[in-house]
Design a protein around this ligand. Structure first.
Ligand SMILES: NC(=O)c1ccc[n+]([C@@H]2O[C@H](COP(=O)([O-])OP(=O)(O)OC[C@H]3O[C@@H](n4cnc5c(N)ncnc54)[C@H](OP(=O)(O)O)[C@@H]3O)[C@@H](O)[C@H]2O)c1
Length: 293
């Protein structure tokens, strides 16, 4: 019988890609995706019963309160979902591999190009909860934390990725302000899913950074998407984080990914190189089966 993998947050952006890509990148696994509708992760007794019933051999934990604004608005809920539910799942998975998706937001963004040994210093509630959850997960040396940053792709309801957010805003006739002085290293969700499945195979637990190899400003990211999304034309406004109102945002969350790269069978490219590769293939931009050029 094939070993069973459980994926939480299966209706979320990355969870969807993990489930969809499994037949290609993880054919030896019997994959069960759990959405919030199927299992509310804050109901600990139900979670325990479900995990015991499913008897997984691997758990990939993607569920989270993942929007920075929602975390600032309700820090208690953010703690409950991002920290307590994660620690509980990690404890239920104490004898199996457990992979937790964290975020570059554990850093303050003052320097950029962070490596795994750099000291975290979160500046918002989301980053604080992710760091606390990481610490709970990494108490178990057989468990894994992968820090990612801005993730591109499409979701079933078209409401999960930053690309979908931008297009929705533009289609409503509104402008999208993109900071030219805020830097990220985006990756498509399909590449993240392929990387996670390869990491499962490598059996090398620990802390990893995973981002595109090119550091781009939000403005550059928006510009790079224009050829693919003509509806954005005329709606992208170049702005500065100096004028930002709201929760604190790290300025530069570029991540060095040499540690994870050494384990992979393919090269993690920069976002613009990846897009250029897609143009050459003439493929559907976010086609999850290709993963990377
Ligand atoms: N996407 C990015 O750019 C990015 C960057 C850095 C880190 N990450 C991390 O990567 C992971 C996956 O991100 P993502 O983009 O796939 O997030 P996402 O699209 O927001 O998906 C998260 C999923 O978790 C579910 N969820 C939330 N609370 C839950 C609960 N109490 N019980 C059960 N399910 C619950 C959500 O369900 P509902 O939709 O019903 O609320 C949602 O489907 C998260 O840990 C996120 O923090 C993502």
């Amino acid at each position: 019988m094939a070993p069973r993998a459980i994926i939480t947050g299966a209706a979320g952006l990355i969870g969807q890609y993990l489930v969809k890509t499994a037949p290609r990148w993880a054919p030896g696994w019997d994959v069960t995706g759990l959405s919030r509708a199927e299992l509310e992760l804050t109901e600990s007794l139900k979670v325990e019963a479900r995990i015991h019933a499913l008897k997984p051999d691997l758990l990939i934990h993607c569920a989270a309160l993942s929007r920075t604004k929602a975390c600032e608005q309700d820090p208690d809920q953010a703690h409950c979902i991002n920290v307590e539910a994660t620690a509980h799942l990690a404890q239920l998975s104490q004898d199996i591999p457990f992979i937790f998706l964290s975020s570059g937001e554990v850093f303050d963004g003052k320097t950029g190009w962070y490596v795994e040994t750099d000291e975290p210093n979160p500046i918002n509630v989301y980053g604080q909860t992710k760091l606390e959850a990481e610490q709970a997960v990494l108490k178990n040396p057989t468990h894994t934390v992968i820090r990612i940053v801005l993730t591109a792709g499409t979701s079933e309801a078209s409401d999960k990725s930053f690309v979908e957010d931008m297009c929705r805003t533009a289609k409503a006739g509104k402008d999208v302000t993109l900071y030219a002085d805020e830097f990220r290293c985006p990756l498509p969700a399909g590449v993240i899913a392929r990387t996670i499945w390869e990491l499962v195979d490598r059996k090398q637990p620990g802390l990893y950074h995973l981002g595109g190899s090119e550091r781009l400003s939000r403005w550059e990211i928006g510009e790079s998407l224009l050829p693919w999304y003509p509806e954005l034309q005329g709606h992208l406004i170049k702005g500065s984080s100096r004028n930002h109102v709201g929760s604190l945002r790290p300025a530069d969350l570029s991540l060095r990914c040499d540690k994870i790269q050494r384990l992979l069978s393919f090269r993690i490219t920069g976002f613009r190189e990846w897009l250029a590769g897609r143009s050459r293939l003439g493929a559907d931009l976010w086609d999850y089966l290709d993963g990377s050029p």
